[in-house]
Design a protein around this ligand. Sequence first.
Ligand SMILES: *Cc1c(COP(=O)(O)O)cnc(C)c1O
Length: 242
Amino acid sequence: MEKWSDEWKTRCETLRDNYLEITDRIAAAARRSGRRPEDITLLAATKTVPVEIVNYGIELGIPVIGENKVQEFLSKETEYLPCTRHFIGHLQTNKVRQIVGKVSMIHSVDRLKLAQEIARVSSDQGITTDILIEVNIGREESKSGIMPEQLSELVEQIDRLQGLCLRGLMAIPPICEKKEQIREYFSRMYQLFIDIGAKKLDNGSIQYLSMGMSGDYEEAVLEGANLVRIGSALFGARNYNK
Ligand SMILES: *Cc1c(COP(=O)(O)O)cnc(C)c1O
């Protein structure tokens, strides 16, 4: 997209309005749940969004961006302004090498093999990569994520690996008709987050609970999320043809 074009200007204005509204709503939800607004981190989910728009968002103050496809991330990352980059999408083991060292956190670790590869590549580079474990909280066959009852074992296995640091949990709950239903899933995630936070870990320091997207981030914050991943509510509906 051409910077300074009419389309760019319109999309930047929309982004600024959305950003202000979302940060207000996050702040209100944080206070309602007994926390401070600054305890909650807004991650902008940037899939399909042109670099020029994302960069405007970074200038506005969006603290973290998250990409969810390796190819798209690699094609955009060198053009992004300085900012914290996370990887939030499903990750194939054979693509780990392409992103380790370029993102500060990977949200979607859901199996030991993937964790082992991240650990191996990170160790080769002499770095430590922060990871979250993705939990399939709604037990949906179509979704990735470890089943809740297998979480504890995976945490213990991952804790033996050098080269990564377990920082918390991530989830994408099922689409729910009612707000109470989605809150129930978020609340179960919060309980798991508390449970693993109580474990004594050698290679972990549990701090982040990544949940809540455009349609449900306030509910997520009310139930204890401190990292929300927001795409369309910030940037507008995704246009996959561009
Ligand atoms: C796209 C995406 C989001 C944001 O989705 P929206 O509904 O557009 O806010 C959050 N998390 C992941 C993993 C995503 O891929």
